[in-house]
Design a protein around this ligand. Structure first.
Ligand SMILES: [Cu+2]
Length: 402
């Protein structure tokens, strides 16, 4: 009995001390990036969890494995990712802060010996509450994580190109501003303009993305033509607003810059930022074009490629083929028109055509885009008429697997 009481007491002390330890920052999952031979710089990442009711900062890190250890963050500056030293990394009360590739990290500079995966690096951390911790971080290969980050950045850029046919002149200021001989006043005006417009522009990108997703899903979920029309209408309004915003952006840049500088912006854009045609075969090119002009799922593709799995009657096969032969060229022509108009719009913006001209082209683009969505929805509905319910359900199932 006595021993049980002793045990309980001991357990209580253990638990209690455990709790006191937990009042502070806990470190989870620390690791160090593996590096190629010859390189002497690496970084450590981890999750910092603050269990207390006060902000606690990581204020210092040291390690016997590196001559110099610094706290760093990554920032977007002039359109580029840069890292810089910071004095602390804060962890909010009851919150956590991730040290991760592309964000906060502990920089290990001048590694005393080459590090390899599975090696364990000891790092000493000091916090603003006076506590210190020694952590052991395993060396890991994290190339995949970096590539994912780069890929998602590329994907983001591609989406912007898809959503916005206007030239991105802001990118020229951000990345090549030094070639424009800007005065300080011009710089601060441009910066203020960008800061003012960015939130609205980002909001529009997000709503275009969401609406296209909604249209896509509404089609698969057999929503009515009317419902899809409504979504298409909203989508076109967002696309128009984005073009108008970008046109306004150009106008305000013209107010800030002199003619020569604006001409230089256009030159730099043409030389560096024009969307480049990527190498691909005709089939890939067509698929890419269709994805750009049509947010709906391409159900016809299923009928074309997986017809053997649909148990079509002769009549059904004939009807579908007839419809496809009829609609195919119409769709193709519409797709070409949209892209042609978008190129015209880009050129008009660069050639300093008036905003009215840009508006007019934008309207034509949206009319064609609406026609495309409408046509594709009719296509779906016609397919539903030709097929029986079971077959149509099969088309959807097969599409989702493609
Ligand atoms: Cu760094």
């Amino acid at each position: 009995m006595k021993s049980i009481i002793q045990l309980t007491l001991a357990l209580g002390v253990l638990l209690f001390s455990g709790l006191t330890f937990a009042k502070g920052v806990m470190v989870d999952d620390p690791y160090v990036r593996a590096i190629p031979p010859g390189q002497t710089i690496s970084a450590a990442f981890m999750m910092l969890k603050n269990d207390s009711d006060k902000v606690i900062d990581l204020i210092k890190a040291t390690s016997d494995s590196a001559k110099n250890v610094e706290l760093h963050e990554h920032v977007h500056e002039d359109g580029m990712m840069k890292m810089r030293q910071i004095s602390k990394i804060s962890v909010a009360p009851k919150g956590d802060t991730a040290l991760k590739p592309g964000g906060y990290h502990i920089m290990l500079i001048g590694l005393v010996k080459h590090i390899q995966p599975k090696d364990v690096i000891t790092i000493n951390l000091e916090f603003s509450d006076g506590s210190k911790q020694e952590i052991r971080a395993e060396v890991k290969k994290i190339m995949m994580g970096m590539m994912k980050g780069k890929m998602s950045m590329k994907k983001g850029m591609k989406f912007k190109q898809h959503a916005n046919p206007m030239p991105n002149l802001m990118a020229v200021f951000k990345m090549m501003g030094d070639q424009l001989d800007l005065t300080d006043e011009q710089k601060s005006k441009l910066k203020a303009g960008i800061a003012e417009r960015s939130p609205k522009v980002n909001e529009l990108y997000a709503s275009i993305k969401n609406l296209e997703k909604e249209i896509y899903e509404a089609t698969l979920n057999s929503e009515s033509l009317n419902k899809i029309d409504q979504l298409a209408d909203k989508l076109m309004q967002a696309r128009l607003a984005l073009i108008k915003g970008k046109a306004g952006c150009r106008e305000s840049a013209k107010e800030v810059l002199n003619d020569k500088q604006f001409q230089k912006v256009v030159e730099l854009y043409r030389a560096n930022r024009m969307p480049k045609p990527t190498k691909m075969d005709a089939v890939q090119a067509k698929a890419k074009l269709m994805k750009h002009v049509n947010p709906l799922p391409n159900l016809m593709q299923v009928v074309k490629k997986r017809a053997d799995q649909l148990n079509l009657s002769k009549q059904q096969a004939t009807d579908l083929k007839k419809w496809r032969d009829e609609r195919g060229p119409v769709t193709q022509k519409l797709a070409t028109t949209i892209v042609k108009l978008e190129v015209e719009l880009l050129e008009a913006a660069l050639n300093n055509e008036p905003v009215a001209k840009i508006d007019q082209l934008a309207d034509s683009i949206m009319q064609s885009r609406v026609k495309m969505i409408r046509g594709k929805t009719l296509c779906r509905d016609n397919m539903k008429r030709i097929l029986d319910n079971k077959q149509y359900a099969k088309v959807i199932a097969l599409y989702k697997k493609m």
